[in-house]
Design a protein around this ligand. Structure first.
Ligand code: MGD
Ligand code: MGD
Ligand code: SF4
Ligand code: MO
Length: 579
């Protein structure tokens, strides 16, 4: 599972997961291939070798590629004016090959990156660990707050209550402790103050700097980042643009009928996951908030609720659902329109099949929703990254609007990172826009498809990049990484990430929720304070960013008369000014 290896991206295990391709046995028969064979997948963008895993969950003719550098090496960077590429939609051809898949890092080296730096492994425990209770998990948008972390000295030895994905973040040993400077294709250690000064100079000297990421760091650090962007007249974008940005665009058009996850837990008797596979992507969502958990008005957990999954594949979530409805890739807009028409009483005008779904199934689903006591629709990136994008989400919201004439229904996007929702809160609070904010004119300007990271990198427009709390090396189309390799790039990350390959300087920091505190916003916009369970003596994101900001301000020549020193409005409280 790729998710379990997210905090071990420098290991062969991660590359093994991201170089798999899932394919139907009938297609394998036609190709004469079997499990473990190598397949060369070719698209208009390029070709990459993957290792075969047979899967009957797919429809013949479609191949499923896990998220990672292998899939992204052959994905084009066109976002169709939305900021989000076609992560869920690539056309290509397959051929058997004898060549074995490459490692993720080999792909990055070909894209212009440097070799993986060495990480000092910290020691294991001796059996005298002490527990820390009620710890919040800094991984996905569920922000589970019931973890028990076992600590011994400066090492985490065990994690209770978290899913495997969350546990692995706490247990990861891929941490850097000293800043490193790239020299040629290798690395040299440097001091923190040198690295910070270097970062400030790079950003000050750039014409079109881009500050990207932010969903892996605290709301306080995000606020300082926005002030840096304003000071250098740069672009600041967060992971939403490549993720649920289209959901936000849909919400901007027609509003958001949402509620807290606690309300869903207490009231919902119909739960739908549409284009979302939480068993793999938000593993505790069903057991904590929606399905298996008892609620105030739902005494019998699962038995009181009907769980429906709409997906193009029979996912692990679909396998445990009461009903699985298979939809054709890209068919969501049509299916939402059909459901709206049925609810309006026009079932007769619906063709026998819509997007591969028989009319009777749509009528059944419309009835289930209309007769729900309380319904909750959870939408995933199967909607935002497939054809239709924000229009899919808009149509889903309009369906929910329609249902609210009959009953109570809500919609929640399945936000990915633990604080990606926070990026939208802080960006909107300080600039008026949720992501892709361009300060080139001195005032905030926002235009997805123009001021969003994939577009800025693939057009070759950015001339310096700060990456914090994101890993473009693993997650952006190859074309973007090729550009990153040609411009000065600063990475601020507690862990070695694939983006380290493109860094001129990598500044390691304390990890929010592990060795420092910080605020995160759960997927339902509830702010939760993350705890500190270790002290590794590393500076926090807030401290590093604030020093960068102050260096920039000190070096800045007085601009127009309107120039005043930027004072962060949040998160700058007790941090000393750099000398
Ligand atoms: N294991 C793991 N978990 C993660 C992450 C990770 O990298 N690994 N990343 C986190 C992040 S950032 C995010 S945003 C979330 C994403 O979490 P999810 O929203 O669950 O995202 P995916 O599993 O990528 O895609 C959801 C489903 O969309 C389906 N799909 C593809 N095309 C279509 C289509 O046209 N229509 C419909 N209806 N469905 C389609 C796919 O088959 C897939 O099952 O996961 C978070 N959790
Ligand atoms: N092929 C394909 N590609 C995809 C997708 C897909 O479905 N398919 N999904 C897309 C989506 S939805 C998204 S959101 C992106 C994934 O988005 P990314 O943001 O690239 O995801 P991660 O790899 O989780 O990166 C988070 C980074 O934050 C760092 N980090 C963790 N804690 C801290 C902290 O406290 N401080 C700092 N400074 N850093 C920290 C981690 O070490 C890691 O490097 O990928 C996109 N790419
Ligand atoms: S479901 Fe998400 S927040 Fe909860 S333990 Fe797993 S990764 Fe962490
Ligand atoms: Mo995401």
């Amino acid at each position: 599972m790729q998710g379990r290896e997210l905090y071990h991206k420098d290991t062969p295990a991660y590359s093994r997961e991201t170089s798999r391709c899932f394919i139907h046995p009938l297609d394998l028969l036609e190709l004469g291939a079997e499990e473990g064979d190598s397949l060369l997948i070719s698209t208009v963008t390029g070709e990459e070798v993957f290792s075969v895993t047979p899967s009957e969950d797919l429809v013949p003719g479609t191949v499923f590629l896990p998220c990672g550098p292998h899939a992204n090496a052959i994905l084009h960077a066109n976002t169709h004016g939305t900021g989000a590429p076609d992560y869920k939609w690539m056309e290509g051809s397959l051929a058997l090959t004898k060549v074995l898949p490459r490692s993720g890092w080999d792909i990055l080296i070909e894209q212009g990156g440097a070799a993986c730096p060495q990480v000092l492994e910290s020691g294991g425990g001796t059996g005298n660990s002490t527990p820390v209770y009620d710890v919040v998990c800094p991984l996905c948008g569920c922000l589970c707050d019931d973890l028990v972390i076992w600590v011994e000295g400066n090492t985490i030895t065990a994690v209770d209550n978290a899913c495997a994905m969350g546990s692995e973040k706490f247990l990861s040993r891929s941490r850097l402790t000293t800043p490193i400077l790239r020299s040629g294709r290798s690395w040299a250690p440097i001091k923190f103050h040198e690295a910070i000064r270097y970062a400030a100079e790079v950003l000050s000297n750039a014409e079109r700097p881009v500050l990207f990421g932010w969903s892996g760091t605290s709301a306080e650090a995000q606020c300082i980042g926005i002030h840096i962007a304003e000071e250098i007249r740069g672009v600041i974008d967060n992971c939403s643009s490549i993720c649920h940005g289209p959901s936000i665009m849909g919400i901007q058009e027609v509003g958001h009928p949402g509620c807290s996850l606690g309300v869903v837990k207490n009231r919902a008797n119909v739960v739908i996951y549409w284009g979302s596979n939480p068993i793999e992507s938000h593993p505790r969502h069903l057991s904590r908030y929606t399905t298996f958990v008892n609620g105030r008005y739902r005494d019998n957990g699962h038995q009181d609720r009907t769980l429906v999954v709409v997906d193009i594949r029979k996912t692990d979530t679909a396998k445990i659902a009461d009903e699985f409805i298979r939809i054709k890739p890209g068919g969501d807009y049509a299916a939402f329109s059909a459901l709206r028409a049925i609810i309006r009483g026009h079932a007769d005008s619906i063709p026998p099949k819509v997007a591969g779904i028989p009319r009777e199934r749509l009528v059944w689903l419309a009835d289930l929703c209309k007769n729900a006591q309380f319904g909750a629709l959870f939408t995933g990136i199967g909607l935002t990254q497939s054809p239709g994008r924000y229009k899919n989400v808009r149509n889903a919201i309009e369906l929910v609007d329609e249902l609210n004439r009959h009953t109570k229904f809500v919609l929640t996007p399945m936000r990915g990172h633990w604080n990606v929702n926070g990026t939208n809160q802080t960006f909107s609070y300080l600039t008026g826009f949720p992501y892709g904010v361009d300060f080139a004119r001195g005032v905030p300007y926002y235009n997805p498809g123009e001021t969003t990271v994939i577009d800025l990198l693939s057009r070759g427009e950015a001339d310096a990049c700060l990456i914090i709390g994101a890993d473009p090396g693993a997650h952006l189309p190859g074309r973007c990484n090729e550009h990153l390799a040609t411009i000065p790039t600063i990475v601020i990350d507690p862990f070695v990430s694939l983006s380290t390959a493109f860094a001129d300087v990598h500044i390691p920091v304390a990890c929010v929720g592990i060795d420092c505190e910080g605020t995160g916003y759960r997927m339902d916009s509830i702010p939760i304070r993350l705890r500190k369970v270790l002290d590794l003596g590393l500076p926090t994101d807030e401290e590093v960013l604030l020093k960068i900001l102050h260096h920039i301000q000190e070096g800045a020549k007085p601009r127009a008369a309107d120039h005043t020193e930027v004072r962060p409005r949040m998160g700058a409280g007790d941090v000393q000014r750099a000398s």
